[in-house]
Design a protein around this ligand. Structure first.
Ligand code: ATP
Ligand code: MG
Length: 422
């Protein structure tokens, strides 16, 4: 009897209870199916607090599952009938693959094999969970019996129950025994669709796409707003924003992108307000327009890529002066993150190479040499007193374009593995 390959999906958020938990699981199944939309003959089903995926294209499916928000880890398991003889046979098979450094598993087999030294002992441990109490052999006994078979079959192996090089896991369920080694980490978080919606201010820089990805990881479905100053900013700058949105869409489904023409507004501002206040007032205008847009789309929160102290407009004083124009929550997932970690994450999720393309963003064009780092709110308000704010907001929204950006299929997407903490 042959074994069957099953992808086991582990998901977290153990604090979720009741209704939330059900919604989480249903959305996760839906999102997994969506991530696997191009993989034929894939079956996803729920089983004992796990989701399982059966497919012929295991490698593709593993990667797709490992990039789905809500997934903590994926393991490639072999499933056999819950009988000791079958467990022994497949246990040896799995160990053989691990020791051979088999490509494509979820464990560290390659690493172990790469150590090379044939004489060196490799330690292992078998860990068994007996979820089906009808199975007659207790779990420590299954571990011991399989361990003995493995020792007899592989002379290089020794047992180490504390810090084994190889952990072979056995789960005995009502429908069979699952054996696997290693877990490929997923992004964790919550499935997109469980957290409502937010409007992401996406610039084309390194930070805001990462900020968008991070709120998506909390289950939020973003829409995007970008402010451009064409013809002073180029077609390529616009393309960048669309490409970045396409990457985000690959993680959470197609996105609405609002392209707001800010050229005329910036023209007025650069004539009417003091140079050193231009950045603060421009940002306040952006936030007002974004708030208006969000309100009309029924979106309750905004997201930016701001991080304390990174640039002049991101001191706490600046953030306070900018934030003062809106009552809407402004989420700043990167607020305390270091730039190096943000860059590492940007590379891991596939946005970095697009973000560093050298096409000017509207803010770069208008940044004066000495912007204020500590704007004083009353002075800013005084400088804005002569402006017809409503008219400026209307001007920006008048020539807004609304696009739908579909998911990009690119090799640069995250496909599981450790991510930097922020
Ligand atoms: P980023 O790398 O995201 O561009 P940054 O470090 O360059 O961030 P700023 O230029 O000060 O920082 O922008 C702060 C935030 O304001 C950005 O993260 C983004 O959310 C928003 N933002 C800036 N410019 C634009 C724009 N042209 N369109 C939409 N949002 C913008
Ligand atoms: Mg920027």
């Amino acid at each position: 009897m042959t074994s069957q390959v099953v992808i086991m999906v582990k998901y977290g958020e153990i604090a979720l209870k009741g209704l939330n938990r059900k919604q989480f699981e249903e959305q996760l199944m839906h999102n997994l199916a969506w991530q696997m939309r191009d993989i034929p003959d894939t079956r996803i089903f729920r089983r004992y607090g796990r989701l399982c995926i059966e497919t012929v294209e295991t490698q593709k499916a593993l990667k797709a599952a490992a990039r789905t928000f809500g997934v903590v880890g994926v393991s490639l398991a072999k499933k056999v009938p819950a009988q000791l003889e079958a467990i022994y046979r497949v246990g040896i098979e799995v160990m053989n693959e691990v020791l051979a450094g088999a490509e494509g598993g979820t464990g560290s087999g390659g690493h172990i094999a790469a150590q090379g030294n044939k004489e060196a002992k490799i330690s292992f441990k078998v860990e068994t969970v007996r979820a089906d109490k009808n199975f007659p052999v207790p779990s420590p006994e299954v571990s011991r019996l399989l361990g003995a078979k493995l020792l007899a079959s592989f002379p290089t192996l020794v047992v180490d129950v504390h810090q084994p090089d190889i952990l072979l896991e056995v789960e005995i369920r009502e429908d069979g025994a699952y054996l696997y080694h290693g877990t490929l980490a997923g992004p964790g978080g919550l499935p997109v669709g469980t957290g409502g919606r937010a409007l992401l201010l996406l610039s084309g820089g390194i930070d805001s796409p990462v900020a968008g990805w991070l709120v998506m990881r909390r289950g939020v479905k973003p829409s995007v707003v970008h402010f451009h100053t064409e013809p002073f900013t180029s077609e390529r700058a616009r393309r960048k924003v669309i490409d970045l949105s396409g990457i985000l869409a690959a993680y959470g489904g197609e996105l609405t992108v609002y392209m707001v023409r800010f050229t005329e507004v910036m023209g007025v501002l650069s004539r009417e307000v003091p140079d050193k206040m231009l950045i603060t007032i421009m940002r306040r205008m952006m936030l007002r327009v974004a708030e208006r847009l969000a309100q009309s789309a029924g979106i309750p929160a905004l997201v930016t890529g701001e991080s304390i102290g990174q640039v002049a407009s991101q001191t706490l004083e600046s953030m306070a002066a900018i934030n003062a124009v809106t009552h809407m929550p402004v989420l700043r997932p990167l607020v305390t993150a270091d730039k190096t970690n943000i860059m590492t994450l940007a590379r891991a999720i596939g946005t970095y190479d697009i973000s560093i393309e050298p096409y000017e963003d509207c803010c770069t064009i208008y940044v004066p040499r000495h912007p204020q780092t500590k704007p004083h709110l009353p002075k800013i308000e005084a400088a804005e007193a002569g402006l017809d704010i409503e008219k400026l907001v209307a001007m920006a929204l008048e020539r807004m374009e609304e696009l739908t950006v579909k998911p990009y299929a690119t090799a640069a997407l995250y496909e599981g593995g450790p991510l930097p903490g922020l």
